[in-house]
Design a protein around this ligand. Structure first.
Ligand code: ASP
Length: 434
């Protein structure tokens, strides 16, 4: 009889837990240099491998996906539906964030003394975030549109943060393929289909390394966070525990209430099965804090384990990794109100509604890379007239919250992929194949 192998998500969980334990041990034993020299590189190589295949995968799968649509009108329907649902889930996420932070009032738990201490300790970091965000706010209203259209394909392909430009090119290219007679494009289609298959195989191979990669990422993250003074890190965590808890409760509500509800209302798919299928992608999101780096795995899981067709997943997921960030938008709403509470500023209802609007835009504008959400938080703070130096209050725990909000970002994208696929009749039953 064939021995049953341990499922991938269990292996990753083991890597994750051991990584945390080893990180804690090493910071209490003073082994941090060893961890940074010998263990961190394994995590970096793992993330680099994922990033390496993200762009080629987006190009190949989108071209194959779009060109397999029968006509252009189907594409615009798919596009409209996807963007509409993305916006709706983002607004729901922000609302949940606002309700949670207004009910729990985490700002009132931060003493004035601790607040001022945090403010002066992280002043430089807060200023550098504001500077980065300044460049965005100085742009004209149509700049995001201009930024979407690359003037040089290879330049766009050469920078992982240009995902949206590459998506644009691939869709454009795919449209031309739809419009041409099939016999003229047989070889090109065949080529991209082949590349697509090969890259999905690469994802499989890279995932074999995932448990070790995740171990290394977590161990080095903790070693870096705690440094050689774990007591200081614990004190910081304690001071910001109510704020962190508020963000985590809000994010938890998305994963355990809102997405299951969406599944119940709009699909026949069991949420438990979805959760099992997407778990490895969630764990990678947690360990890498990057939806873009997780994208290849999200695509592989959604296509091969949840049964979403290539057509839908190749369009919905790359777009989602760049524009749909439910977790980030929820976090931005909570952080803004928390900062206001800590400074004793009351936000009116109109100001809270402004947060809904700006956090939606700010999360769309955040790239799927670590820490991007905090830079864009500056814009939300400015929109309600708060001092951007307030970012200093939340910097210390940002990396940890980034891990959790990225899980929500990726889960949100995958949820929408399943909903769109089910509404388009593009969901195949994979229970037999598993
Ligand atoms: N790290 C997040 C992501 O990649 C973005 C953010 O909130 O900073 O999805």
């Amino acid at each position: 009889m064939k021995k049953k192998k341990l499922a991938l998500h269990w292996k990753i969980i083991i890597g994750l837990v051991l990584g945390v334990l080893f990180g804690l041990l090493s910071s209490s034993m003073g082994w941090n240099d060893f961890v940074l020299d010998w263990i961190k590189p394994v995590g970096t190589v793992f993330v680099n491998l994922l990033k390496l295949i993200a762009m080629p995968l987006v190009v190949a799968s989108l071209i194959v996906g779009v060109s397999s649509l029968s006509d252009v009108s189907k594409l615009s329907r798919l596009g409209g539906k996807t963007i509409g649902i993305y916006l709706a889930t983002t607004v729901i996420a922000i609302t949940i964030g606002l309700v949670t932070v207004n009910v729990l009032q985490p700002g009132s738990y931060l003493s004035t003394q601790k607040r001022d201490e945090l403010k002066s300790r992280y002043a430089t970091e807060a200023a550098s975030k504001s500077e980065k965000a300044e460049m965005v706010t100085e742009q004209g209203p149509l700049q995001p549109l201009v930024d979407m259209v690359p003037d040089n394909l290879f330049k766009a392909l050469g920078d992982n943060t240009n995902m949206l430009q590459v998506v644009f090119f691939a869709v454009f290219f795919g449209i031309a393929l739809i419009l041409l007679p099939r016999e003229k494009t047989t070889h090109v289609r065949g080529f991209f289909e082949g590349v697509n298959e090969i890259i999905l195989k690469l994802v499989d191979l890279i995932m074999g390394m995932a448990p070790y990669g995740v171990f290394a990422l977590l161990a080095s993250l903790i070693a870096e966070f705690a440094g050689n003074n774990p007591a200081d890190a614990i004190e910081l965590l304690q001071a910001l525990s109510m704020y962190s808890l508020t963000v985590i409760i809000g994010l938890g509500a998305m994963i355990f209430i809102i997405y299951p509800l969406i599944f119940k209302l709009f699909t026949k798919f069991k949420y438990a099965r979805f959760f099992k299928g997407i778990a490895p992608a969630q764990m990678l999101a947690f360990s890498t804090s990057s939806s873009s780096a997780t994208l290849p795995v999200t695509m592989e899981r959604v296509e091969d384990h949840l049964g979403v067709s290539d057509e839908v997943s190749s369009f919905v997921l790359p777009l989602g990794a760049t524009i749909n960030m439910d977790g980030t938008s929820l976090y931005q709403a909570v952080a803004t109100v928390f900062i206001a509470q800590a400074f004793g500023t009351d936000l009116s209802l109109t100001q809270q509604l402004t947060i809904v609007l700006t956090a939606t835009l700010a999360s769309i504008g955040s790239a799927g890379v670590p820490g991007a959400g905090m830079v864009m938080l500056v814009i939300v703070l400015e929109s309600v007239g708060l001092d951007t130096a307030g970012i200093a209050l939340v910097v210390a725990v940002d990396r940890i919250l980034d891990m959790v909000r990225t899980v929500v970002n990726v889960t949100g994208d995958a949820t929408v992929a399943v909903v769109v696929a089910s509404s388009e009749g593009q969901l195949r039953d994979v229970t037999e194949e598993e």
